[in-house]
Design a protein around this ligand. Structure first.
Ligand code: ADP
Ligand code: MG
Length: 370
């Protein structure tokens, strides 16, 4: 473990009663000072991971380390972590100042010190001058800022944010995304942010953990995850994708929709069944005979920057195309794509299996895309 690792999960399983595990054998590392996002559908285990980090619950199996020390049994109030909850959890009978001051009063700091720290925290979230406001006089976005000020005033090493923007309307939500990201950079504190919104995750994060059914499916930078999804779940959850069944003929040669295509992937078994992902923006509309695929245009929508064109091939597969060119509904067109646009995925492979497979390649080169 390097010095930069602040939190480590080692084979953590969390199970309630005899139900199937909520988290199954999860391992990961969080590095100091970065913005992390836990991304996945409702019920996949995101909040459970935050609760384990915060100390509101303990693992059934496995270990959690904080600054290289096992914290499995360290109570929540002894951890260098503060949580911003989805519903803000502010105290309605206290004004803005006292909401932010609450933790400092418990720590019995002197009044002058409390005043200085609360003022600083409020100015960090652009709420200087709002000290005496009642919580009920604050808008949704302002309450959100109070909740963040209340977390940062304690100067924790890590701030956990559980879907903090989901109650806000779209415009305010986008503004807060910028503000939060900027705040994290200025403070240099590690943020672990939870969302089920893939665009939000791509826009904000240094690192994303894509989670499904209590397992980390893939972790990496937004571009890693967008460009090189590891399995169908990730490809489908992150951005729009065309996904079809295929067969790996040899290294660099894959078959789908009844034809063989040059690709950049290798290291699969001969004739292995695989899944193919091509992003809508990697498909180019051409004349019928110049296309690598021939499809019929089913519908078309103008999306402001591009047309979203929905087509079907002869096997009935749907192909979504993002193009600045128009296509006429009910006509047949060709679709062209580069070998690099084809992403080949092994069926149901998780990141750990993918990494193990990479290690078995003699030359150590990645088979997966670039
Ligand atoms: N205290 C609990 N007892 C039993 N099951 C729980 C408890 N807390 C969470 N779960 C279950 O764990 C799963 C994951 O929950 P959670 O971590 O809250 O998901 P997410 O935050 O990703 O929506 C859900 O199926 C939920 O019902
Ligand atoms: Mg949750």
């Amino acid at each position: 473990m390097t010095n930069d690792v602040i939190i480590q999960f080692k084979n953590v399983t969390k199970q309630y009663d005899n139900d199937p595990p909520v988290l199954g054998d999860v391992s990961f590392e969080i590095e100091r000072g970065k913005f992390y996002t836990l991304l996945g559908p409702s019920g996949c285990g995101k909040t459970t991971i935050l609760r384990l980090i915060a100390g509101f619950t303990e693992p059934s199996i496995g270990e959690i380390y904080f600054n290289n020390k096992n914290i499995n049994h360290v109570p929540a109030n002894k951890r260098q972590v503060n949580t911003v909850f989805q519903d803000y959890a502010l105290f309605p009978h206290l004004n803005v100042f006292e909401n932010v001051a609450f933790g400092l009063r418990i720590k019995k700091l002197k009044n002058a010190e409390i005043t200085a720290k609360v003022k600083e925290a409020l100015s960090f979230v652009n709420l200087a001058g709002y000290e005496n406001r009642e919580i009920r006089e604050m808008s949704g976005g302002q309450k959100q800022r109070v909740a963040i000020a209340r977390a940062i005033v304690n100067e924790p090493e890590v701030i956990l944010l559980d879907e903090p923007l989901s109650a806000l309307d779209l415009k305010l939500r986008t503004e807060m995304q910028y503000e939060l990201r900027e705040l994290q950079r200025r403070l240099g504190i590690t943020f672990i942010f939870v969302t089920h919104d893939q665009e939000e995750a791509l826009a904000m994060s240094d690192e994303i953990f894509v989670i499904n059914e209590g397992k980390i499916q893939q972790s990496g930078t937004p571009t890693d995850i967008y460009d090189e999804p590891i399995n169908r779940f990730v490809a489908d959850f992150i951005g729009e994708s065309n996904i079809v069944k295929g067969k790996m003929m040899n290294d660099y040669l894959v078959e789908f929709v009844g034809r063989e295509f040059e690709c950049v992937d290798k290291g699969f078994n001969e004739n292995e069944t695989v899944e193919i992902v091509i992003r809508p923006e990697d498909l180019e509309i051409t004349a019928l005979d110049r296309g690598k695929l021939q499809v019929k245009v089913d519908s078309q929508l103008f999306r402001g920057v591009h047309y979203e064109i929905c087509c079907y091939d002869k096997d009935g597969n749907e192909w979504l195309v993002h193009s600045t060119k128009k296509a006429a509904v009910d006509t047949e067109i060709g679709l062209y794509f580069d070998p690099e646009a084809i992403h080949v995925m092994r069926l149901g492979e998780t990141e750990e299996e993918f990494d193990r497979r990479l290690e078995t390649y003699v030359d150590g080169a990645s088979h997966h895309g670039k």
